[in-house]
Design a protein around this ligand. Structure first.
Ligand SMILES: NC(=O)c1ccc[n+]([C@@H]2O[C@H](COP(=O)([O-])OP(=O)(O)OC[C@H]3O[C@@H](n4cnc5c(N)ncnc54)[C@H](O)[C@@H]3O)[C@@H](O)[C@H]2O)c1
Ligand SMILES: O=P(O)(O)OC[C@H](O)CO
Length: 403
């Protein structure tokens, strides 16, 4: 092998690491220096190691994270664009992203085939290109095989079953981040998605949530988001994976707080939609936002110790309440609930083309917890929203039943 053939190999295979079988045959032997001498755009350094010292040389720096994206709905697809581009920018990551698609037929063809052929999710995010290094797959096991980073972005009702399917299939050293806006409940309280995933798969889980209406971010309009971490190193790695010029990432050591805000703001959005349907104007909507924000904070503090006050003033907190009460799907469908008198299930089916509401389920889930604890009176807005949505209370009660 000549110096030129080694260079060609590096370029052809985009190698970040070159392993030499014999100690005597090393990078100097080829006149390549002890580390990277080629100014290639895709790696900052190329690591030359010999087989004999490969294990000691394989530091965190040169073991690249393989990213699997679990989900490909409206937000999942925007995220595939962001992380697909970012893994190409940083040497910490392997350059392919495998994306799990819950397979379905679109125009008689498999959605995975359409995504891989057109590099576009024609059903959940039509009109926006997906980077070519994002590979859509219908088989969950194949998506997570070898992955060291799992990004969960599916509606919260599908998380338990998806985790069941993942048991025993993932890399035990993997780490995850949940972009899911929802939680699990039972009579005793709530279980954040990060805990549900972590307990099911025995891996650490961070969270990401913010004022993030997917289509606006697909357009690359400026927005912010918040990552909640337990371990700073993981928080910083995830920031690298997600941040772009138009998608600014703040990090805070409050995994639970970040994601609970993301779940509960959907309840407030339903209240805001009722106000819009009733045409009560902006003052009334601002009042619902204020009271909703207060109940959200009370609820979180009651059910979880350790949530930081600062979290409520990050993108995941007040900013997401505002964004979702003006531009989200929960708001839109709640408005139609008032103006058409149809049920939420019917409207979801008719208006969202397969996309899922998270707020209606969360309204039911928190009502169950509040009822079992006998504390509905402490959460008058949340309780009224439940009763309008599911017990036939007139929508105008939204402003009559609150103090
Ligand atoms: N869309 C947004 O603007 C937005 C922004 C931030 C966060 N989120 C959150 O991200 C999460 C994912 O939402 P989304 O917008 O990507 O999805 P979506 O609502 O657009 O689409 C629903 C997805 O669920 C999939 N699905 C249907 N049945 C399934 C099943 N049985 N098992 C697994 N998957 C199934 C569909 O294939 C589709 O990919 C939600 O918690 C949502 O609140 C959404
Ligand atoms: O469309 P929604 O109501 O699910 O809200 C979308 C995002 O969560 C807003 O941040």
């Amino acid at each position: 092998m000549t110096q030129n053939s080694v260079k060609r190999m590096i370029q052809q295979y985009r190698c970040p690491i070159i392993v030499f079988a014999k100690k005597s045959i090393n990078s100097r032997y080829f006149g390549l220096g002890s580390n990277c001498l080629l100014k290639l755009p895709y790696y900052k350094t190329i690591n030359f190691v010999t087989l004999s010292n490969i294990s000691s040389n394989m530091t965190r720096e040169n073991v690249r994270e393989k990213v699997a994206l679990i989900g490909s709905g409206n937000w999942g697809t925007v995220i595939s664009k962001i992380i697909g581009n970012n893994v190409m920018r940083y040497k910490e990551f392997h350059q392919e992203v495998k994306m799990w698609v819950f397979e379905e037929k679109v125009g008689g063809r498999n959605l995975t085939e359409l995504i891989n052929e057109k590099h576009e999710n024609v059903k959940y995010l039509p009109g926006f290109p997906i980077p070519e290094n994002v590979k859509a797959l219908p088989d969950l096991s194949e998506v997570v095989r070898d992955a060291t980073v799992l990004v969960f972005c599916i509606p919260h009702q599908f998380v338990p079953k998806t985790c069941d399917q993942l048991k025993g299939k993932i890399n035990p050293k993997a780490k995850a981040i949940s972009l899911v806006k929802g939680f699990e409940t039972d009579e005793t309280g709530i279980r954040p998605m990060s805990h549900a995933i972590s307990e099911s798969l025995n891996i650490p889980v961070c969270s990401l949530s913010g004022a993030n209406i997917a289509n606006e971010i697909a357009e690359e309009h400026f927005s912010e988001t918040t990552i909640g971490y337990n371990n700073l190193e993981e928080g910083e790695l995830f920031k690298k994976l997600f941040e772009t010029k138009y998608f600014r990432v703040g990090i805070i050591d409050d995994v639970v707080g970040v994601q609970l805000c993301g779940a509960l703001k959907n309840v407030i959005a339903i209240g805001a939609g009722f106000v819009d349907g009733l045409k009560l104007g902006e003052n009334a909507k601002a009042a619902i936002i204020r009271i909703g924000f207060f109940e959200m904070k009370q609820f979180m503090k009651k059910f979880y110790g350790g949530i930081k006050d600062e979290t409520f003033f990050e993108s995941c907190g007040i900013a997401d309440v505002i964004a979702t009460c003006y531009g989200g799907r929960n708001r839109k469908v709640a408005e139609k609930f008032v103006t058409t008198g149809k049920s939420f299930d019917q409207l979801e089916e008719e208006l969202l083309n397969g996309q899922k509401l998270q707020g209606t389920l969360t309204v039911k889930e928190i009502h169950r917890v509040l009822s079992s604890k006998g504390i509905n009176d402490e959460f008058k807005l949340f309780t009224t929203i439940y009763r309008i949505a599911f017990e036939g209370l007139p929508p105008k009660s939204i402003v009559e039943n609150i103090d």
